[in-house]
Design a protein around this ligand. Structure first.
Ligand code: SF4
Ligand code: SF4
Length: 107
C-alpha cells in the first residue's frame, strides 16, 4: 500500500497522479501530491515505478497502512522496487521503449 511521499525529493511533476490506476493521489499546485484515497491503493507499484525522483514508498503489505511518519521509517529505501526491476540511472536511456513512460513523461 502507498505509504508516503517524500516532500524533500518530490518535484511536483504529478506523474504519479497520472500513473495511478485507482486515482489514489490528488494533485497540488503548491507542492507534492496528496495521498487522498489510501484505501483505494492496489499495491501495483506503478507510482513508484514511474516516479523520476524515487520520492514514493509503496509497502508490499496490502492489507493495512503501516502509518509511516517519515522516509526514515520506511523498511526499504525509496525506489527499491523500481531499481529491482532494472530501471536504474544506468538504464535510463532505455525507458523510451516503454510506451507508458513516454506518455507520462510528455508534457
Ligand atoms: S512522480 Fe514522484 S516527483 Fe513526481 S509528483 Fe509524484 S512523487 Fe513527486
Ligand atoms: S501502488 Fe498503484 S494503486 Fe497504489 S498509489 Fe501507487 S499507482 Fe496507485
Amino acid at each position: 500500500m502507498i505509504e508516503l511521499i517524500s516532500a524533500a525529493r518530490c518535484t511536483g511533476c504529478n506523474i504519479c497522479v497520472a500513473a495511478c490506476p485507482t486515482n489514489v493521489f490528488a494533485s497540488s499546485l503548491s507542492g507534492p501530491p496528496v495521498i487522498a484515497r489510501q484505501a483505494d491503493c492496489q499495491t501495483c507499484f506503478m507510482c513508484e515505478l514511474y516516479c523520476p525522483e524515487d520520492a514514493l514508498y509503496v509497502a508490499p503489505t496490502a492489507g493495512a497502512p503501516l502509518g509511516l511518519a517519515s522516509e526514515a521509517d520506511a523498511p526499504l529505501p525509496l525506489g527499491t522496487y523500481r531499481a529491482a526491476i532494472g530501471w536504474t540511472p544506468a538504464t535510463a536511456a532505455n525507458r523510451s521503449v516503454d510506451a507508458m513512460h513516454a506518455v507520462l513523461s510528455a508534457k
